[in-house]
Ligand binder design. Structure first.
Ligand code: HEC
Length: 119
């Protein structure tokens, strides 16, 4: 019995983060709203910056993507999405800690991936 209970606890611990990852955490989305991310981004279409679903498509399975994107969120910059954005730069977000930016990068990577359309 103890064994079964422990097994269930492990299964729940493994399943819960998986569920939370399905669309990213609502707390992180709220933090992104107050940081102004959705002024320039939407999940499913380009605003000033690329759709988050495109970012998820390009990076979801790349090792190190979360940390790389977190640094880009903090430092800002242009380059990767120029063909879609006309060369617009993301403003830097120096007020964010690396941990906060990593949570935001994870939220972006948890969106349903969509291949970017031809620019
Ligand atoms: C002033 C508009 C603007 C704001 C505000 C903004 N972004 Fe961006 N973001 C951009 C642009 C433009 C790009 C494309 C940069 C490029 O071409 O390399 C981008 C790219 C990105 C990328 C992909 C980076 C890459 O190298 O592929 C992520 C992830 C991202 N933004 C997340 C965020 C988050 C999280 C916030 C809020 C903290 C945010 N952005 C706020 C304009 C913005």
């Amino acid at each position: 019995m103890k064994q079964i209970v422990r097994g269930l606890a492990v299964a729940a611990a493994l399943a819960l983060p998986g569920l939370a990852m399905a669309n990213g955490s609502p707390q992180v989305k709220a933090a992104m709203t107050s940081a102004g991310c959705f002024v320039c981004h939407a999940v499913n279409h380009k605003v000033v910056g690329p759709a988050y679903s495109w970012v998820a498509y390009v990076f979801a399975h790349k090792p190190g993507a979360k940390v790389m994107l977190a640094h880009k969120i903090i430092s800002g910059g242009a380059g990767r999405w120029n063909a879609w954005t006309g060369g617009m730069a993301m403003i830097p977000h120096p007020q964010l800690t690396l941990a906060q930016a990593e949570q935001m990068a994870s939220w972006v990577l948890a969106q349903k991936p969509v291949a970017p359309p031809k620019p």
